[in-house]
Ligand binder design. Structure first.
Ligand SMILES: [Zn+2]
Ligand SMILES: [Zn+2]
Length: 188
């Protein structure tokens, strides 16, 4: 029995490819994926002026209040720069075997690296990061296979190297966690 995964775009973030994201995610993650619109989650309270970034842990905690059913999962997408106190920045954050995940596109954009914008590349990187963080919510840890979506990425180049799919070992873990069979796309 798959649980619904809700996808929520947070304050002020409305990318052109956002509407198609739930459909694209169903290729890679088990379960119905539904958009969740009009969350009254303002980002201001989570801004850390001394860092010029937003506290991912606090945003994620707040996001969980919008979980429609206790057994569901929720992934929030934002375009602001996220940090957790021990790290300079994070592409995203998730609760291991928990209901919540958060992904930022801030450092997934070519523009951040002084390159021309590329909406397709941004969408693909975002899908990988969402699948990665959702993998953590299903209890998966980081994988050594650099083509597997569960490989840890510190640099955007590492995200580009991996696919949006799980390696066979991680797919096995996902299968065990969800009881679903993988008609899902295969990773590297
Ligand atoms: Zn991770
Ligand atoms: Zn793997």
């Amino acid at each position: 029995m798959s649980r619904t995964i809700y996808v929520a775009f947070l304050e002020g973030f409305n990318p052109s490819w956002g509407e198609n994201l739930p459909a694209r995610l169903t290729e890679w993650v088990p379960g119905p994926i539904e958009p969740l619109s009009s969350l009254a989650l303002g980002m201001d309270p989570y801004y850390a002026p001394e860092r010029g970034q937003y506290n991912a842990t606090l945003v994620l905690a707040r996001l969980l209040r919008y979980l429609p059913e206790p057994q569901a999962k929720i992934v929030g997408l934002t375009n602001v720069d996220l940090f957790i106190p021990v790290l300079t920045f994070v592409f995203g954050q998730a609760q291991l075997e928990g209901p919540g995940a958060l992904v930022s596109t801030y450092r997934l954009r070519n523009e951040f690296y002084g390159l021309p914008p590329d909406a397709g590349l941004l969408r693909d990187r975002t899908i990988k990061e969402v699948v990665h963080e959702l993998g953590h919510t299903f209890g998966l840890v980081h994988c050594r296979d650099y083509e597997c979506v569960m490989h840890a990425s510190t640099y955007v180049e590492e995200i580009d190297l991996k696919g949006p799919g799980f390696c066979s070992a991680c797919r096995g873990g996902l299968h065990a966690a969800t009881g679903t069979n993988a008609t899902l796309g295969a990773g590297g």
